[in-house]
Design a protein around this ligand. Structure first.
Ligand SMILES: Nc1ncnc2c1ncn2[C@@H]1O[C@H](COP(=O)(O)OP(=O)(O)O)[C@@H](O)[C@H]1O
Ligand SMILES: [Mg+2]
Length: 303
């Protein structure tokens, strides 16, 4: 990036040429040198920011390549390729045992692949685990968490790990505690919460961090009541619009079709279909809904 000092050293003729290259309107022929330098620097910084954002928008936040995972003789994931760009919600759907949870656990660095690679925000999970892990928020399928912390302590702990300033953390904690109606449980121990409330507490814990995030959510709607599910879906759409990249595993097809921009359908470890709902419907002529696409790709539509 061009520094101010470089621009200040330029001759007047060079400055004017640079201003023309940057398409800066120069209305006053006798513009003061100092203010011309100011205008040029503002433009250079704006471009840098724009190029940075464009670069981010055009490079996948999640990149899974040729992923294979075996557990002994059992093949859980077979040759998976999957990308999620910033500004997208992708649904990883499939019946029980399809390999969804295994994929998300490898993506978040909890278990290692047999072969293949995963990248988060440009960082390889095996070569660069710390930046890769710090870029991703994860809700596991079976939420487990420090049982002897209260919800308030847990959320504060998450904010500190991710270096969120205290005042901002407090405002966000309030926002998400209200969103997920956790107020009466703020001072309850995590170990005493129901599955649904535990899931809400974990959600508050990842949302207290700075957006936009890369999110990997394993069946996130499963333990929520209709209001919690509604609020979560609305907030995920907002994050998506702000540039988050979100990968959601689910076997609840209503949730998937309602929320996701694209789908990757897995069955027994392999991808059996992918695309937008329109593309999937076009590829499966007899199917009239995501449910029927899903059924015909994963063993056939029952008679
Ligand atoms: N730790 C493990 N040890 C042995 N087999 C496993 C393990 N984890 C998952 N599997 C097997 O891998 C397959 C995929 O499981 P999983 O990723 O949990 O599927 P999904 O989340 O789509 O239901 C299943 O057959 C499951 O039994
Ligand atoms: Mg699972």
């Amino acid at each position: 990036m061009i520094q101010r000092a470089n621009v200040e050293q330029m001759k007047s003729s060079e400055l004017l040429r640079l201003a023309r290259v940057l398409k800066l309107p120069i209305l006053d022929r006798k513009i003061a040198r100092e203010s011309l330098v100011d205008k040029i620097m503002v433009e250079i910084e704006a471009r840098n920011k724009r190029e940075f954002i464009e670069m981010k928008l055009n490079s996948p936040a999640i990149k899974i390549e040729n992923l294979i995972k075996r557990f002994g003789k059992k093949v859980a994931v077979w040759g998976l390729n999957l990308k999620v760009n910033p500004g997208e919600i992708v649904g990883l759907v499939g019946p029980n045992g399809a390999g969804k949870t295994t994929t998300l656990r490898i993506l978040t660095g909890i278990i290692k692949p047999t072969s293949g690679s995963v990248e988060v925000d440009g960082y390889d999970m095996l070569d660069n685990p710390i930046p890769a892990k710090s870029a991703i928020g994860y809700i596991p399928e079976k939420p487990t968490c420090y049982p002897s912390l209260t919800v308030r302590e847990y959320v504060t702990f998450m904010a500190r790990i991710y270096e969120v300033p205290n005042e901002i953390a407090l405002v966000r904690m309030r926002q998400f505690v209200d969103m997920f109606q956790l107020d009466e449980y703020l001072d309850s121990y995590i170990g005493t919460l129901s599955k649904g409330n535990l899931q809400r507490a974990l959600l508050v814990g990842i949302f207290v961090r700075d957006p936009p995030y890369v999110l990997a959510l394993d069946e996130p709607i499963y333990g929520l009541d209709p209001r919690g599910a509604w609020n979560l879906k609305a907030y995920l759409r907002q994050l998506r619009d702000e540039g988050s990249a979100i990968l959601i595993s689910t076997h609840i097809l209503e949730v998937a079709s309602d929320l996701c921009d694209r789908f990757v359908i897995m069955n027994e470890g392999s991808v059996v279909g992918r695309g937008t709902l329109e593309e999937l419907l076009a590829s499966q002529k007899e199917a009239r809904s995501l449910e029927e696409v899903f059924l015909s790709l994963t063993g056939g539509i029952p008679e």
